[in-house]
Design a protein around this ligand. Sequence first.
Ligand code: ATR
Length: 289
Amino acid sequence: MDITGRTKVVGVFGHPVGHSLSPPMHNAAFAHLALDFVYIPMEVLPERLPDALRGVIALGMVGVNVTIPHKERTAELMDEITEEARLFGAVNTVIHREGRLLGDNTDGRGFLRPLMAEGFDPRGKRALLFGAGGASRAVAITLARQGAKVIIANRTEARAVELADRVNRVCGAGAAEAIGLDAEPLARITEQADLLVNTTSVGMLGNPRKTLPIPEESLHSGLFVYDLVYNPLRTPLLAAAESRGCRTLGGVKMLVHQGALALETWTGAEAPIEVMEAEVVSRLSSPTD
Ligand code: ATR
């Protein structure tokens, strides 16, 4: 599609941003919908973030996504933030409205939508989360707000405790608890869990190819396994879960849905989920990537 003086501009601020799949994913959606929008990746150094965000207004952009390492700081630089962005302490989507910046966070809903679409309703369920970083925070709070009991296991146990405290403050005492990575309690909790979510980078291409610190036998057929890692599409955890008869979801779904929610806010159009997913998958499968 031609870029003209009328083309509306969105994009992503990150550091690094070179490998982001968001530009092709969003541009494929714009082309499919015949929307006169363009999505541009922008490398933004942390010390330049305030200037870059004011630039969204100065340049008349419709909005931006922000990614690592800018999500937390962006929340502090908004004129207004949504309830979810406040609860997660992070923004991933900025919306420019008449000279003001609204910060939203679509990670929680982007995580939840595909899970619900698979028929998994978190209410009353036990969810075991691996990891206690930014992604885990959005997932933990989202699941607890849906009425799940959340158990957080992390390599650095103090971060798991900190996140569980935050979830309990936000969602009520008893919503979450933290555990270490000791094999025996972890295996027992896995056996009692309904949902297992990996929010760490373990299993990601280029990272240690080891799986998570649970024996494969504790993955039972009543367990839903959701790995937020999307490269490779079939992670070692997902492969193990499938072989144990678990229902599974890979991280591409969350990537696509968090993007789709941002696109819908910016354009008012319904996002073409299948088109976006196909674009991402084609790039992940490409041997030249
Ligand atoms: P994100 O915003 O993607 O969640 P993050 O805030 O850097 O990223 O968090 C990364 C998570 O992956 C953390 O929970 C981290 O564990 P620590 O808190 O102990 O650092 C976890 N993680 C990363 N690499 C790991 C590894 N090799 N083994 C276990 N956990 C790992």
